[in-house]
Design a protein around this ligand. Structure first.
Ligand SMILES: C[S@@+](CC[C@H](N)C(=O)[O-])C[C@H]1O[C@@H](n2cnc3c(N)ncnc32)[C@H](O)[C@@H]1O
Length: 187
């Protein structure tokens, strides 16, 4: 299996800038799914473009686990949420490449423009499933520029093999996306 390209921290400027903020509105994308008091995982959080909004939406009683492979990304994420006074709601977690090392259950998982960087997607998706509380949801958004329709269809097959069902396909600019729940015996 070839190792996919991981967006380096030196390119982090491309993840949070004027154009990105025009293209993606975190509040619009996330607010239908996040409620106060939730525990949320922002997997592959990068510089925290979505972490800050997640932290705002979960409120004082909620928690965001912001996880990334790269410490430099986590450092930038922490700076961002701290500048907004949201740092108490955010727990930074550094993943290893073979396993996330996360041991918490969550109500919502976001992987925004990151799964195409994961070498073993099947194992990764099964791990995400194990992190979800009953009724929890998992949003995947992948960049059209890097993920063709064919590759995304292969991801859909992996998602279904991992035991998820597709609830909807949210409209997100320049992205192919899925909102998922774990399949239950009655589905
Ligand atoms: C293209 S960036 C997207 C960042 C953020 N989600 C956003 O939308 O701005 C992908 C991020 O995923 C992280 N990443 C890639 N593979 C990962 C893995 N296996 N575990 C954790 N993070 C990973 C990278 O380090 C990078 O910060």
């Amino acid at each position: 299996m070839s190792t996919p390209y991981v967006c380096p921290a030196t390119y982090s400027g491309s993840l949070d800038n004027f154009l990105r903020r025009l293209m993606h509105k975190p509040a619009k994308i996330l607010s239908p799914f996040i409620k106060e008091g939730m525990t949320v995982l922002d997997m592959g959080c990068g510089t925290g473009f979505f972490t800050a909004e997640l932290a705002r939406l979960v409120g004082e009683k909620g928690k965001v686990i912001a996880a990334d492979l790269q410490q430099e990304m986590l450092d930038k994420m922490i700076l961002k949420v701290s500048s907004l006074g949201l740092e108490k709601r955010v727990e930074a977690h550094k993943c290893q490449s073979e396993s996330t090392g996360i041991d918490k259950k969550t109500d919502f998982i976001l992987t925004f423009w990151m799964i195409h960087e994961v070498p073993d997607q099947q194992k990764f998706l099964e791990e995400m499933k194990s992190f979800l509380n009953p009724g929890g949801r998992f949003m995947i958004a992948e960049p059209k520029i890097h993920v063709t329709r064919k590759s995304f269809n292969e991801l859909i097959k992996r998602v279904e093999d991992a035991g998820f069902q597709i609830i909807s396909t949210p409209e997100i600019a320049f992205s192919r996306s899925l909102l998922l729940e774990v399949k239950t015996a009655g589905d």
